[in-house]
Design a protein around this ligand. Structure first.
Ligand code: NAD
Ligand code: UDP
Length: 316
């Protein structure tokens, strides 16, 4: 049985990844310090004899025996990663060093959850993997963006220096069940606001775009990438090339939540990217992967999750 370590396994993406790996017959070790993750995300997995949880901060070395590592540990929403920016950079950089060290000792394959944020506010559209990005090194998003960029550097240097099997996935905005109601990301914010009958808080003029990928599609892509031949290191974009403005997103979610309250317009946060859309030709060509869930369908399922057990009523 393959022993797989998932760091950040109690988070939004990590909890879905742990479940998908268990369903494929893996032994899963989930490591998390609950900085932005939650016990509720993995409680349904705890009775599975092939699932193990360990509370641990990846900025400290970890000594376990595994065959594969998915390194997801890092807060992903601007509210959470800006709460303690020094810890965010430490998690990305020291976390990567510790997990790469572990992979080197155990001769494991290791996948890094990188991000479209490494492209910053892109001057090239859609973003191909060959684009180097346009990132402010000293702004309020830099702890995340530059931390993730440095982690990518470490992954490729470990490969060059030690010949290790690495994979770097650049994940674009992903959404779905188990996002926190207080997460601060746009889809969870709008759904909670819509269900509460409160105005949706649009930042800026709402014309900025993102491309949203449903979580099940993204997890499928991550696993397919991990299982691809060792010479496929990436970086590899994973996301949905269906672009949507925040104004359009608010309208769609107003419709799905039955909200008639008009949105409010608020100041745009510093360095907020104007547009973002992945070029996924590499993922489609090399993995045969393509996201299947439309934004309408994914949003419907996500609204269903927030309605279930009145998740939207909890402020957490
Ligand atoms: P999340 O905040 O829900 O999950 C991150 C998890 O990492 C949390 O459970 C948190 O407690 C844990 N964590 C944070 N610091 C840690 C530390 N020092 N030691 C151990 N655990 C720690 O976010 P998510 O959306 O699930 O994102 C998971 C990963 O995917 C992140 O690395 C993120 O950068 C990347 N990513 C996500 C998206 C997205 O849209 N969801 C997009 C791009 C990249
Ligand atoms: N956004 C918004 N209202 C909100 C939260 C976010 O208009 O309540 C905007 C935000 O300014 C950004 C987009 O939605 O332009 C996506 O934000 P999110 O934090 O979800 O992702 P990221 O900016 O990291 O891609």
């Amino acid at each position: 049985m393959k022993r797989v370590l998932v760091t950040g396994g109690a988070g939004f993406l990590g909890s879905h990844l742990c479940a998908a790996l268990l369903a494929r017959g893996c032994d899963v070790l989930c490591v998390d310090n609950f900085f932005s993750g939650r016990r509720e995300n993995i409680v349904h997995l705890l009775e599975n004899p092939h699932f193990e949880f360990m509370r641990h901060d990846v900025t400290f070395p970890l000594y376990v025996e595994v065959d594969e590592i998915y390194n997801l540990a890092c807060p992903a929403s601007p509210i959470y990663y800006q709460k303690d920016p020094v810890q965010t950079t430490k998690t990305s950089v020291m976390g990567a060093i510790n997990m790469l060290g572990l992979a080197k000792r155990t001769k494991s394959k290791i996948l890094q959850a990188s991000t479209s944020e490494i492209y910053g506010d892109p001057t090239c559209h859609p973003q191909e993997e060959s684009y180097w990005g346009n990132v402010n090194p000293i702004g309020s998003r830099s702890c995340y963006d530059e931390g993730k960029r440095c982690a990518e550097t470490l992954f490729f240097d470990y490969r060059r220096q030690h010949g290790m099997p690495i994979k770097v996935a650049r994940i674009f905005n992903t959404y779905g069940p188990r996002m926190r109601p207080d997460d601060g990301r746009v889809i969870s914010n709008f759904i909670v606001q819509g269900l509460r009958g409160k105005p949706m808080t649009l930042y800026g003029d709402g014309k900025q775009t993102r491309s949203f990928c449903y979580v099940d599609d993204l997890i499928e892509g991550l696993i397919a990438f991990m299982e691809s031949p060792d010479d496929m290191t990436g970086p590899l974009n994973l996301g949905t090339p269906e672009e949507c403005s925040m104004n359009d997103l608010a309208r769609k979610i107003m419709h799905l939540t039955g909200s008639a309250t008009e949105p409010t317009y608020n100041p745009l946060p510093q360095d907020d990217p104007h547009q973002r859309k992945p070029d996924i030709r590499k993922a489609t060509g090399n993995l045969g992967w393509t996201p299947k869930t439309s934004l309408e369908e994914g949003l419907k399922r996500t609204v269903g999750f927030f309605q279930q057990d009145n998740v939207w009523k909890t402020s957490v």
